[in-house]
Write a protein that binds this ligand. Structure first.
Ligand SMILES: CC(C)(COP(=O)(O)OP(=O)(O)OC[C@H]1O[C@@H](n2cnc3c(N)ncnc32)[C@H](O)[C@@H]1OP(=O)(O)O)[C@@H](O)C(=O)NCCC(=O)NCCS
Length: 184
């Protein structure tokens, strides 16, 4: 089945505590806090957002991805106060010919350990399998990222492969572990 990559109107998702909504230019300050945080970015091989311009650039990239059907990311926000965002999660890459997407998620460290990503991932997966028509969700982690591996294992992702020295980022050679989950 073809993937449905039309995200208009933007699909908001709700859990008990969270509103997953589009990331907007008005979120730039929060995006700078999250994408600029050293601890949060430790195992994410992307340049850190240091300025409001950087943050607006990230938001523009996320928006273009949605508009072009290349990716979809949600702001993980407080359902009681949606201007407070804890992090960002979504599908960072689609492989339409494989009916597959790569999932990604991150929170500002102030919000770690509260089960927010485990709560959001269930809805993001449901949306992916049922609305986008994905057959496979893939996740790629740095092998040192134990917190992220825990999320995947608890959500019944299977280890698929280790890619040794997959890329170089800031002069460091990085290995990647891939995990996958099939539609039930
Ligand atoms: C990976 C991540 C999304 C987990 O989300 P979360 O909502 O905090 O998940 P949980 O609440 O289930 O906590 C997972 C684990 O994080 C660890 N953790 C919790 N609070 C922590 C803290 N303040 N400092 C360090 N580790 C902490 C715990 O080991 C916890 O496991 P436990 O349930 O056995 O105690 C989050 O740690 C994060 O944003 N990390 C940085 C970004 C990143 O690496 N993203 C993944 C890229 S592939």
């Amino acid at each position: 089945m073809m993937l449905n990559l039309n995200f208009h109107p933007f699909p908001e998702l709700k859990t008990k505590r969270l509103l997953l909504r589009q990331v907007l230019p008005t979120d730039a300050e929060n995006v700078m806090r999250i994408r600029g945080n050293e601890e949060a970015m430790r195992y994410i091989p992307r340049p850190r957002a240091k300025t409001m311009e950087d943050a607006l650039g990230v938001i523009e990239m996320l928006t273009n991805g949605i508009n072009e059907g290349k990716s979809i990311n949600w702001a993980i926000s407080n359902i009681e106060n949606p201007s407070e965002i804890y992090g960002i999660m979504g599908y960072v890459n689609f492989y339409p010919e494989l009916s597959k997407a790569e999932i990604g998620y991150m929170l500002h460290p102030d919000y770690w350990g509260k089960g927010y990503v485990p709560e959001g991932i269930l809805l993001v997966e449901k949306f992916g399998f049922e609305q986008i028509n994905l057959q496979i969700i893939e996740a790629k982690i740095d092998p040192r990222n134990d917190n992220s591996r825990k999320i995947l294992q608890r959500n019944h992702y299977q280890f698929d492969r280790l890619v040794y020295k997959e890329m170089t980022f800031q002069e460091e050679e990085l290995n990647s572990e891939y995990y996958i989950k099939h539609k039930q």
